[in-house]
Design a protein around this ligand. Structure first.
Ligand code: AMP
Length: 402
């Protein structure tokens, strides 16, 4: 029997999301989520997709090891257990791969050590990712574990885009440079956009706008990323649900020296209490649009600031690429919020960009064009699928050996 199943694990600090896929037809066999790990109110939600309906477990799940064991038990109940000979590998989302990891990588001790070494630049994410990998290794030590890095797609950025204009020695000593994130999504979506246009990825230039609760833009030339809006951390760039995106770094000195805030307080302010939530109290675009439609001025201003920043990045990446074949919207906001798409390209007819209002308003699950038929530049909606991309990259790396 050829092993064709890949388990994808996305381990956060208090959660584990997972999907089991069969790479013969890229179908999902089961999906699920364990949340609030370590609390009394932990919850596991498991959905086998071949029938049987969603099952839930509640009650304390103390740590990642228990969480993964519980997931394994649920999979087992569906005949999809981790000890199945059909399981070929486990693919792990790892947020920060630094400059070193440019490709998906089979995990060994050296890889674990490098992911650990990157913790200072990804203190929130890499420790949880490491715990997930180590736990999976302990459950199936014989199985290849593959790390798929959020930063990898962006390692093709030229130095001119990847470096901050600060003292080179200091930057290098502390690994301060622009790494970018959401790379699996930008890779998947830019490739899917080329397919939608009926062209090879090498032949198209695409601006990808990944607009979820976290948000980032990328400029992709011929399938390779040449610039992206997130930097050393996911804080830089677009206005996000709770993150500020770009600001003058002196805001931080000012808040510390004049405002008396501590570094941790500023960190929390900019990452958790800024962006849309900081501007209007809501970070869900559905709620913000409802408020805008009701005439709420604060929500209107938040929406306008969000769109202004987005437009600036579209313009900047247009200039970076020189020629643009498609502007593509993806993730929760990008896939669902027609008013955001409309406002983001409004007034950009001079750049060949426009949306057809009827196509933009249509709902649909698949990749679709929303620009008028005669548009110079295609505008598209492409649903992202990071789990499928992680599974695809994992299977491409180890599938044949399974
Ligand atoms: P993500 O991080 O990709 O899961 O995106 C989550 C965000 O997508 C939410 O915080 C909402 O702001 C947004 N979102 C989800 N569904 C919709 C919708 N139907 N209309 C507008 N925004 C949506």
């Amino acid at each position: 029997m050829t092993a064709t199943r890949v388990l994808v694990l996305n381990s956060g600090s208090s959660s584990v999301k997972y999907q089991l896929l069969d790479m013969r037809d890229r179908s999902r066999l089961a999906v699920g989520l364990v949340e609030r790990i370590g609390e009394e109110t932990s919850r596991l939600k498991h959905t086998p997709l071949l029938g049987g309906g969603t099952r839930e477990r509640t009650g304390r799940i103390p740590d990642h090891e228990s969480a993964l064991k519980a997931v394994a038990e649920e999979l087992d109940r569906d005949g999809l257990g981790l000890d199945s000979p059909e399981l070929v590998a486990i693919g792990h989302r790892v947020v920060h791969g630094g400059q070193f990891f440019t490709e998906p990588t089979v995990v060994d001790d050296a890889v674990l050590a490098e992911i650990k070494r990157l913790i200072p630049v990804a203190p929130l994410h890499n420790p949880a990712n490491l715990t997930g990998i180590r736990t999976a290794m302990s459950l199936r030590p014989d199985l290849p574990q593959v790390a798929v890095f959020d930063t990898a797609f962006h390692t093709t950025m030229p130095e001119s885009a990847a470096r901050y204009a600060i003292d080179v020695k200091t930057a290098d000593e502390h690994r301060v440079r622009r790494y970018g994130f959401h790379g699996t999504s930008h890779a998947f979506v830019s490739r899917a956009a080329a397919k939608l246009l009926g062209r090879a990825p090498e032949d198209v230039n695409v601006i990808v706008l990944h607009l979820g609760n976290g948000a980032s833009a990328s400029a992709v030339r011929g399938g390779k990323c040449v610039d992206t809006s997130m930097g050393l951390t996911p804080l830089e760039g677009l206005v996000m649900g709770t993150r500020s995106g770009d600001l003058d770094p002196a805001v931080i000195f000012h808040l510390a020296r004049v405002g008396g805030l501590s570094m941790d307080e500023i960190d929390t302010l900019l990452n958790k209490r800024s962006g849309l939530v900081g501007l209007c109290g809501d970070n869900d675009m559905r709620e913000i649009r409802r408020r805008v439609d009701d005439g709420d001025e604060q929500a209107r201003l938040a929406f306008d600031i969000y769109i202004h920043r987005l437009k600036k990045y579209i313009g900047a990446y247009y200039a970076v690429l020189g020629r643009v074949d498609a502007v593509v919207f993806t993730a929760g906001v990008g896939e669902n919020a027609a008013p955001v798409r409309e406002a983001a390209v409004a007034g950009l007819e001079g750049l060949g960009l426009a949306v057809d209002p009827a196509l933009n308003a249509e709902r649909g699950d698949g990749a679709r064009l929303i620009s008028p038929a005669d548009a110079r530049v295609a505008v598209a909606v492409v649903p992202t699928d990071e789990e499928l991309e992680i599974a695809t990259q994992t299977y491409a790396l180890v599938g044949k050996s399974g």
